[in-house]
Structures are given as structure tokens and as C-alpha cells.
Design a protein around this ligand. Structure first.
Ligand SMILES: Cc1cc2nc3c(=O)[nH]c(=O)nc-3n(C[C@H](O)[C@H](O)[C@H](O)COP(=O)(O)O)c2cc1C
Length: 165
């Protein structure tokens, strides 16, 4: 019973409902972005946020050369944006011609439809199995005052990841 950790972990990760974000980045003029659920606040003081990117994703390949990341919260009205960034890969689709964005700090693509975003330098990269953790110092951002800018995992279970894991 005590050795059943993997099964218990699978059950728990199937139950918990976590917020979804769209992470964007840029390196050498190439923009990238994907939908992420593996994130967490990692420190209060100093403030730190951890974003875990699959090493299979196009976004990871750009992010490992990038100096900054932007994290966009989504509301229920942004399901289309979640689908664009989560169910399609930049390897085959140009996501940034299909959404409204503007260059933000250090040229980071800022999605204008997102109700809230923050961005900052990548201050550490940590290999975590098949994902790599990118630790962000949230220095810039904008909050458009939406009531609850949180699109949760439960709201996007209709989406299949665009990039094979
Ligand atoms: C519900 C859901 C959660 C996801 N969570 C993550 C995640 O935490 N990290 C990640 O790198 N990809 C995650 N993905 C997968 C990417 O968003 C997806 O494969 C995307 O198409 C990758 O695009 P890219 O190849 O342009 O980077 C998730 C996808 C979905 C549908």
C-alpha cells in the first residue's frame, strides 16, 4: 500500500484543478508561446514564479535562448486563445498572426486580449524530468481589472496538446 506512490500521484493530478496561462517569449526575433498548466508561485520575497516547459515544445526551444518570459492569465472569454496556444504548435502554425499582440518589455509578445499579464527576466533554468523549470522575476505587468482572470484546467479539457509530448 505504501509503495503505491505513482498511482496515488496520478489520481491526485487527475483531480486537482489548476490555473492555465499562456507563456510567451522571444529570442533572436523569433516569437513563441504555449499554454501551460505546470506553474507555481515559488517565493514571496523576492517574488518568483516558476513556469515548466516541455522540452518537446517549440516554445522551449526558443525559451532556452531567451532572456525573458511573459505570463498571461486568461479568463473564460479567452478559451479561443487557450486553444490557439495549447492545441497548435508553432512548428506548423504561425500563432502570432492569429491573435492580437504588441511588443512589450524587451520585445516580449504581449497578448492584448489577456486580462492580466506579468513578465520578467529568466533568472534560473532547472531541468525537471521532461520539463524544464524557468524561474521568473516578475518585474513588469498590466492588470485590466477583470473580476476573476482565471481559466482553469477543467475549462480546457477539450484541448489536446498541439505538440506531441
Ligand atoms: C491543458 C493543457 C495543459 C498544458 N500544460 C503545459 C505545460 O504546463 N507546459 C508545457 O510546456 N506545455 C503544456 N501544454 C502543451 C502545449 O501548450 C502544447 O503542446 C502547444 O501546442 C505547444 O506549442 P509550441 O510547440 O508552439 O510550443 C499543455 C497543453 C494543454 C492542452
Amino acid at each position: 500500500m505504501d509503495s503505491d506512490g505513482a498511482r496515488v500521484f496520478d489520481r491526485l493530478t487527475g483531480i486537482i484543478d489548476y490555473p492555465m496561462f499562456v507563456v510567451t517569449t522571444v529570442a533572436g526575433g523569433e516569437t513563441a508561446g504555449c499554454l501551460v498548466g505546470f506553474t507555481t508561485q515559488a517565493s514571496l520575497d523576492p517574488p518568483r514564479f516558476l513556469v515548466c516547459l516541455s522540452q518537446a515544445n517549440h516554445t522551449f526551444r526558443i525559451a532556452r535562448r531567451a532572456e525573458h518570459l511573459a505570463v498571461h492569465a486568461l479568463g473564460p472569454a479567452q478559451h479561443r486563445l487557450a486553444a490557439l496556444f495549447g492545441a497548435a504548435t508553432e512548428d506548423r502554425h504561425d500563432k502570432f498572426v492569429r491573435c492580437a499582440w504588441k511588443p512589450g518589455p524587451h520585445g516580449l509578445p504581449v497578448l492584448t486580449e489577456a486580462p492580466l499579464w506579468f513578465a520578467g527576466p529568466i533568472i534560473d533554468r532547472i531541468r525537471l524530468g521532461d520539463h524544464t523549470g524557468f524561474l521568473i522575476d516578475p518585474q513588469w505587468g498590466a492588470d485590466h481589472g477583470a473580476q476573476a482572470p482565471v481559466l482553469s484546467f477543467r475549462a480546457v479539457t477539450d484541448l489536446d496538446p498541439g505538440h506531441p509530448g
